[in-house]
Design a protein around this ligand. Sequence first.
Ligand code: BDR
Ligand code: CA
Length: 349
Amino acid sequence: RVPVWLDCDPGHDDAFAILLAVYHEDLQLIGVSTVYGNAPLSKTTSNALSVLKAIGKENIPVHPGSWRPFSRDTKHARDIHGESGLDGTDLLPQPDRLPLKHCNAIKDMRDALLSCPPQTAWLVATGTLTNIALMFAVFPEVAKHLKGLSIMGGAIGGDFTNVYMGPEYTDSAGQKHARIGNMSPFAEFNIWCDPDSARSIFTNPDLTSKTTLITLDLTHQVCATTEIRDMLLFSRVKQEPPARLRRMFYELLMFFAKTYEAVFGLKDGPPLHDPLAVAVVLASINGDLRSLFNDAKHERWDVDVVTEGEQDGRTRVTSATEGVFIPRSVDVQKFWDLIEDCMAKADHE
Ligand code: BDR
Ligand code: CA
């Protein structure tokens, strides 16, 4: 099994990333760290503990990391994820343990990753990039040691996308732009929260060729439509009444759908961004899943991040021979099958 460390900010879609990382038989979740983002750190940490309890994995430790970026203030995504970061259900259990006390998430992440044989472990980041940027800055040896880094973040636009995030935006110089971001017309939330950290990662020569970036252009291909939500609620065998765990995830998806419609006018259902970043690891190892990201060309990109001005937090790409892999399309059916398989396993715990 492939060792994976998950750095997250649960978050409705992060909850599904946890489910996939915990229950896929090809993965071994070696640690979970939390970061501020969708909600303040205390809440994302408590949410990670609650999700792990809900899916029957209370034994997995949770390491709280950064509560803010180093160089700027931040906002949380209350309008999308609610006050708690995981609003919408009463079925989420209260955690009855504390996160690891006196831990140092950065050092713990480093220790766990370095304790795996070289070129085996993956780091998956589904929140802002503050924790992992700090880890690579303080412990640069981890970059060479890793097998891969998978990040959900950014928005490219242009011919990468047919994402509709609202009407064209006119900038201060009167120039019109397609709206590609979910936090600003240009920027995706995880990158927007801490563009300086994001830039340090994308420009680290020890990381670029082992990094996969899952952008909004891709995540909007896996929207949790009414049919998908029903399939996950009743399972493939039409289980009646639905299991408690399935109702919990269903209610979370309904809340996420409601906020996506209210904020972005998206009626197809909310994009389930974060588990795609976990699926990247599976696509790298599992024969059946190799075609999950069915980009024949497997293009590589230099990624830079705008760190000031009107386009602050924007991810810009230029073609490169060695560089970050940014998949442009996903096998939607295979992706939902993966989620359903893991839900079925969790449901039987
Ligand atoms: C990202 O931002 C968060 O709100 C989600 O959890 C996801 O990681 C999408 O832009
Ligand atoms: Ca997230």
